[in-house]
Design a protein around this ligand. Structure first.
Ligand code: UD1
Length: 370
């Protein structure tokens, strides 16, 4: 790692879809990055591509360890070898359907993984954690647009429950010890890819989420899109979501880091889920801050299909299927808090998200494997 005045950020799950884009943004902002990833659902090629995007000089500020976060001993060694300022914790399983079949694996990996990371970090005096949460913690949302004040609700699957549990664990850490600085980022639906076409979403097997499915139909790997229900109380009857470009989302993590460094915002983040803590003599913030990361705009399944058709230049076959169990009609975020407090706002629209997804998919029809 090159000599640098900048802070070192530990990114668990940094080879994954959101993680890899976040690492690019961190390196471009001159942070040092240590990635810990077991590559169980990601490729080492993603790490090479990150280096390619940022260029050789900044690539020197990146170190990668193939480690599972449940391995406390190996993780401890990483903390001994690097002066970690903060952790961005992405490592976790993320397939909603699979989580209903393998609840123990999901709770073990996601919840014990976070606890192991936090425990090892605490032993090395690291108490700053940015956590990869999800709008899934709002369950069937009490109101739309969803603000951070919207109550956390009954989650519909073990994956969602692990996100809610991890949020509560991190909140209790601060309640017990006000040296903690926790930022909980609740993502809406991340799509798109880096504009270089070098990194993007690379799901294993048949995709569960809409965008990777649509892009695999577009590239000819899958026959037709299955639209899950067209009888929802939405303008065209199909489900409405708040899709956010993964690069915007990645920049939201840099904004969160700046927020806990005390270089943006007022620190007055009170709402139903956040707890304001002290600012220390170095100006660093303590507490639990919750931010929604979305665009504030809802887009239907059919609108996504049509936007993707524009991007790829041909029609996409689709069929209407019954509703998927557990799906809600509509959700989109109110993102005022992230804008006013962190100075963060999503820049890219659906057209750009589909263009970038298509560039990634068409240049890498089989993901990182070629
Ligand atoms: C799900 C998870 C969310 C997770 C996100 C990852 C829940 C309830 N949802 O969101 O926590 O963060 O994935 O991006 O836990 N659709 C189709 N055909 C398809 C796939 C999806 O019509 O083949 C529709 C769905 O019915 C939905 C929309 O597309 O209306 C988006 O679905 P999807 O991409 O799976 O994301 P979510 O279910 O919103």
């Amino acid at each position: 790692m090159a000599a640098s005045n900048q802070k070192t950020i530990l990114v668990t799950g940094g080879a994954g879809f959101i993680g890899s884009h976040t690492v690019v943004e961190l390196l471009q902002q001159d942070y040092n990055v240590v990635i810990v990833d077991d590559l169980s659902n990601s490729s080492p090629i993603a790490i090479d591509r990150i280096r390619q995007i940022v260029g050789s000089q900044r690539a020197d500020n990146l170190v990668f360890y193939q480690i599972n976060v449940l391995n406390a001993e190996a993780l401890g060694k990483v903390f001994e070898d690097h002066d970690i300022f903060a952790i961005i914790h992405f490592a976790g399983f993320k397939a909603v359907g699979e989580s209903t079949q393998k609840p123990l694996e999901y709770y073990w990996n996601n919840v014990t993984g976070l606890m192991t990371t936090a425990n090892v970090a605490r032993a090395h005096g690291v108490k700053r954690i940015i956590f990869s949460s999800s709008a899934t913690v709002y369950g069937e949302p009490a109101f739309i647009p969803i603000t951070e004040d919207c109550p956390m609700a009954k989650t519909t699957n073990p994956y969602g429950e692990t996100k809610a549990m991890c949020e509560r664990i991190l909140t209790d850490l601060f309640r017990a010890d006000d040296e903690y600085s926790v930022v909980l980022l609740r993502y809406f639906n991340p799509i798109g890819a880096h504009e270089s076409g070098l990194i993007g979403e690379d799901p294993a097997g048949i995709p569960n989420n809409l965008l990777p499915y649509v892009s695999q139909v577009a590239v000819g790997k899958l026959k037709e899109i299955h639209v899950f229900g067209n009888d929802y109380p939405t303008p065209d009857g199909t489900g409405v979501r708040d899709y956010i470009h993964v690069v915007d989302l990645a920049r939201g993590h840099v904004a969160a880091l700046r927020w806990l460094e005390g270089t943006v915002g007022t620190g007055t983040v009170e709402d139903a889920a956040s707890l304001v803590g002290p600012t220390d003599e170095e100006g660093l913030r303590h507490g639990v801050a919750v931010f929604n990361l979305g665009t504030g705009t809802g887009t239907s399944v059919l609108q996504i299909i049509h936007a993707f058709e524009e991007a790829c230049g041909h029609e996409l076959p689709y069929v209407i299927d019954p509703r998927r169990p557990g799906d809600i009609a509509e959700n989109y975020a109110a993102c005022d808090k992230a804008r006013t407090e962190m100075g963060w706002v999503a820049e890219y629209d659906i057209k750009r998200m589909c263009e970038d997804s298509w560039r990634w998919q068409s240049q890498n029809p089989n993901g990182f494997e070629g």
